[in-house]
Design a protein around this ligand. Structure first.
Ligand SMILES: Nc1ncnc2c1ncn2[C@@H]1O[C@H](COP(=O)(O)OP(=O)(O)OP(=O)(O)O)[C@@H](O)[C@H]1O
Length: 122
């Protein structure tokens, strides 16, 4: 956290920490498994129907947004469990809102998927 100068080694280490977080997310969070499975299905379908560059941008951004929101949601849950393992109304609300953020992006991503894929199927 302290500012003791830029080094390439430290920047590379911060990538490693970020990858550790992604590894934990994919290894332990069941919702992330569902999102990853959906992402793989969409990518395979996109390759089959040959999406345009613009369509790929929408798909990639949607997948990235949902997975990133899931990571933030899991981080908030982990912090909340340390801060307040016992029942606490505010903690419950914070967890519900974090989960709501994932749901909003997942619904938006699903809608984008339908807009892109439905015309290609019919
Ligand atoms: N300490 C707490 N105080 C009050 N309510 C809580 C608390 N912990 C969890 N809850 C309630 O239970 C819900 C589920 O919390 P939990 O931590 O079990 O998430 P989860 O089911 O593991 O979520 P996800 O499926 O996204 O991983 C929360 O959204 C919240 O409404």
């Amino acid at each position: 956290m302290k500012n003791d100068g830029f080094t390439l080694r430290k920047r590379l280490l911060s990538f490693r920490y970020a990858f550790n977080g992604i590894k934990w997310l994919i290894g332990h969070e069941h919702n992330a498994w569902i999102h990853c499975f959906a992402a793989v299905c969409v990518i395979v379908a996109g390759l089959i129907v040959r999406l345009s560059a613009g369509e790929w941008i929408a798909v990639v951004f949607s997948i990235g947004s949902v997975l990133a929101a899931e990571a933030v949601n899991s981080a908030i849950e982990a912090l909340a469990d340390v801060i307040s393992p016992d029942y606490n109304e505010a903690i419950g609300r914070a967890k519900d809102m974090a989960a709501g953020a994932v749901l909003m992006l997942a619904v938006a991503a699903a809608t984008i998927g339908l807009i892109i894929f439905i015309p290609k199927l019919f």
